[in-house]
Design a protein around this ligand. Structure first.
Ligand code: PLP
Length: 418
């Protein structure tokens, strides 16, 4: 398995993990611009259909520099909060390129978007009513729950009966009644059935259902099919990427057929987050301790769940690469280790029972595919500092794209703390 992924992609450009940690500190998020641009293009070209745009889902990674690149590559964006809208505008996205997908939001939040000229999608009848009362005659979109969902963990399934998301697909008449009552203009419908699928069929099935629903509404400007496109997190075990070509053609066929029958001017959109940014990011951390306890070999690192929450939140797998200083880690003689962080919680485990080369104190670990839901879900839990973020640029050089928190940042939000 070796350093399979980072070698194959020349991930670190002109530098290496030890140099990066020396310069920027540990832990550290490292992104590769070439990979990011390629993933943007994959998504922009995914559906061979003239009226198709990919909306990057900002929650996956809201680093300003990444957003600028994503915009340059022609993607539009969806936002889940005023904070995401704020950074998207700072990154140069135009209001008409942003869709605000609200979930249980205040009228102040809705109006923040409306006043900026950003379309709001509401995800319940009660939020549609709130929107209508404050903004009669306005443009609005609704998030539909098509009645089923998918995902790699129950916490990321967002369609179906057991989730809080969307307006049930059998409430079309209620949507129409509220639209009429408040003289609203229904400009779009959207859905998102869940995260991390590796086969296209459920997504295609959900599109069929969404298109059936869309046929009940005249004059829609857009139909947004949602995100959820998976990436292979287990590359070292041979997992293959999502096969986009055939999948994209099948989707295009459905969309073109629907457009020709009902509404040739409609814009189709998707909402990929993970697919765009996961593989362009590696999280580096340092090994500070080793211990054996109850027959388990623990490798103690600074990779606490405040830095990367996915393993703890979703029991998620990330491939690990081992970087020893001035020598190549020996993958031919693996040992079984459990890699843990520095947070005061027994669940603070980044990788359970992995077969890895001998890991010593001072070695650096690379956590692969950490670009999505990595930094964006990080926190200051235990008053730990969130890491810096660095970009390996197209010419192989590196630059800082977000500084590490400082101890002073821990006091910044207190009235007496500047
Ligand atoms: C509404 C919505 N759209 C898009 C996404 C992006 O999902 P993914 O990163 O799996 O593509 C999410 C993720 O939770 C979401 O909630």
């Amino acid at each position: 398995m070796d350093h399979y992924y980072t070698k194959k992609t020349n991930f670190y450009g002109n530098t290496d993990p030890h140099e990066l940690i020396e310069q920027y500190g540990s832990p550290l998020y490292v992104y590769n611009e070439n990979i990011l641009r390629q993933r943007c293009r994959d998504m922009a070209d995914f559906i061979p259909c003239a009226n198709y745009t990919a909306n990057y889902s900002t929650k996956a990674n809201a680093n300003l520099e990444l957003l600028r690149i994503i915009r340059e590559e022609g993607l539009h964006a969806d936002a889940m909060s005023p904070g995401e809208i704020y950074v998207l505008l700072a990154a140069g996205f135009l209001p008409e390129q942003i869709l605000y997908i609200g979930n249980n939001v205040s009228i102040e939040e809705m109006m923040y978007a409306v006043n900026l000229g950003i379309t709001v999608s509401v995800d319940s009848l009660s939020q549609l009513e709130t929107f209508g009362r404050h903004n009669p005659g306005g443009n609005v979109a609704v998030r539909i729950n098509p009645g089923f969902g998918i995902g790699h963990h129950e916490n990321v399934v967002t369609g179906g009966k057991k989730t809080k998301f969307g307006i049930n697909c059998n409430r079309i008449n209620d949507i129409k009644a509220l639209i009429k009552e408040y003289d609203l203009n229904l400009v779009g419908i959207n859905q998102h059935i869940g995260s991390l699928f590796m086969e296209g069929e459920p997504y295609i099935q959900s599109i069929r259902m969404l298109l059936d629903i869309a046929a009940h509404f005249e004059g829609l400007r857009f139909i947004d099919m949602g995100g959820g496109f998976g990436i292979p997190y287990q590359k070292q075990l041979g997992e293959k990427p999502l096969e986009l070509e055939l999948f994209g053609r099948q989707v295009a066929e459905l969309l073109n057929d629907w457009a020709s029958r009902y509404n040739p001017g409609v814009q189709f959109m998707s909402e990929p987050g993970r697919y765009v940014v996961a593989e362009c990011g590696v999280l580096l951390g340092t090994v500070h301790a080793r211990k054996e306890n109850g027959g388990i070999n623990y490798v103690g690192t600074d990779l606490g769940f405040n830095v990367l929450a996915r393993p703890v939140m979703y029991d998620a797998w990330h491939d690990i690469e081992v970087y020893q200083k001035n020598k190549q880690a020996d993958y031919s003689k693996p040992e079984t280790v459990t890699i843990v962080g520095n947070i005061c919680e027994s669940g603070d485990i980044i990788a359970h029972s992995r077969q890895l080369p001998h890991i010593g104190i001072g070695d650096i670990l690379g956590v692969m595919d950490a670009g999505a839901y990595g930094y964006s879900m990080s926190s200051n839990y235990n008053n730990r500092l969130r890491p810096a973020e660095v970009m390996i640029q197209r010419d192989g050089t590196h630059k800082l794209i977000r500084r590490r928190d400082t101890l002073e940042d821990m006091l910044r939000t207190f009235p007496s703390g500047e």
